[in-house]
Design a protein around this ligand. Structure first.
Ligand SMILES: *Cc1c(COP(=O)(O)O)cnc(C)c1O
Length: 370
């Protein structure tokens, strides 16, 4: 049996007429850049997030970069974030000339540990960038309380968390602004690169909208130096078709996650756990192997049997070659480093069948000698 980590083919087959129609419409109208498709999707995505504004941009990385700029964060500043994330989180902070300051994670949620944030605050700290890893919102009440006390901005990296909730509120309105990726494999993905900045702050929304499009005010008048970071019409049209399905797809992921948890009950692995009050969206279904198992060998065994597995993430940011200049040694963030050696992600999506899940568990048992 072949079970991909992400099954975009089956998803497309289920919505093919809608997607094909939207693509044809964009071509017929030649609305390739900005225009109606982008504006309509922005409105729909803001509503989905229960936020005032969504500004479509070229990628999740672009969203992080532009949100940092829009909040006035730049050289000389520091931004606190987690080292246990996709590289783009730290990269965007560095791209605006700012120093990422890493804070270790909570061993249960894998999200930034609020207990450790205050010790990392300096006179240069401007913002906290929590990541809602694997689709589980970070502990935002505590993070926001710390931010308020110290006058810091909170920018959510919500690239894995479209549709998740924290105490009833959607990712997207849990801080001052939030950054989403529509990379194809994300919970809401387009057929190329795309992203959005979501906020309730009209000034931030306006600034991001200007910066993504060469600092333009009108066609030929440029207010400031900006960037080419627009969302294109084809991607917006595809996202507009997929968005109404997202809550169902996320519910399907939760259903599959609950079934995995039952099937894993007697195995030497820790299934994902989430905070009370959190509704996760399982961008990844990431389990942790108990001590004594060779994670890479288990991953290889699953791969050899045709199962798409991932490791999110094998190298924490502070140990990446690109961040050698920060001079952070192995041992600096022990919880992140330990997680990076023990986690693996199993296939998860709404379309995953019982039969496929049973096969994944059968092969996993083999790999664990159970
Ligand atoms: C995917 C992702 C990004 C970057 O998004 P792109 O659209 O690929 O640029 C940033 N942060 C996290 C946590 C991600 O998972």
């Amino acid at each position: 049996m072949n079970i991909p980590l992400v099954d975009l083919k089956t998803q497309y087959q289920n919505i093919k007429p809608e997607v094909d129609g939207a693509i044809q419409r964009v071509i017929d109208n030649t609305s390739f850049i900005m225009g109606k498709e982008v504006a309509q999707f922005e409105k729909a995505f803001a509503e989905f997030c229960e936020a005032k504004y969504a500004v479509g941009v070229s990628s999740g990385t672009g969203a992080l970069f532009l949100a940092l700029l829009a909040h006035g964060i730049g050289p000389g500043d520091e931004v606190i974030t987690t080292p246990f994330t996709f590289f783009a989180t730290g990269e965007s902070i560095s791209q605006v000339g700012t120093r990422p300051v890493f804070v270790d994670i909570d061993p249960v949620t894998y999200n930034i540990d609020p207990d450790l944030i205050e010790a990392a605050i300096t006179p240069y700290t401007k913002a906290i960038m929590p990541v809602h890893l694997y689709g589980q919102p970070a502990d935002m009440d505590r993070i926001n309380a710390i931010a308020r006390e110290h006058g810091l901005i909170v920018i959510e990296d919500a690239a894995q968390a479209h549709g998740s909730r924290y105490n009833g509120q959607r990712a997207g309105v849990l801080g001052d602004s939030a950054c989403f990726s529509f990379y194809p494999s994300k919970n809401l993905g387009c057929y190329g690169d795309g992203g959005a900045v979501v906020t309730n702050d009209p000034e931030v929304a306006e600034r991001v909208a200007k910066l993504r499009n060469h600092g333009r005010m009108t066609k030929y008048e440029h207010d400031e130096l900006g960037y080419g970071h627009r969302l294109d019409g084809l991607q917006a049209a595809i996202l507009g078709v997929k968005l109404p399905h997202l809550d169902d797809w996320n519910a399907g992921r939760r259903d599959r996650a609950a079934r995995y948890a039952d099937l894993l009950a007697d195995l030497p692995v820790r299934p994902p756990e989430h905070l009370p009050g959190v509704e996760p969206v399982y961008h990844c279904y990431t389990i942790r192997l108990e001590e004594g198992y060779d994670r890479d060998a288990v991953v290889q065994h699953l791969k050899d049997a045709g199962i798409g597995v991932g490791v999110h993430y094998p190298i924490p940011l502070h140990l990446q070659p690109a961040y050698r200049f920060l001079e952070l040694e192995a041992g600096s963030f022990p919880v992140s480093e330990s997680a990076s050696n023990h986690v693996l992600s199993l296939p998860i999506y709404a379309e995953l069948t019982d039969e496929q899940q049973d096969y994944v568990i059968e092969i996993l048992k083999e790999a664990l000698n159970r």
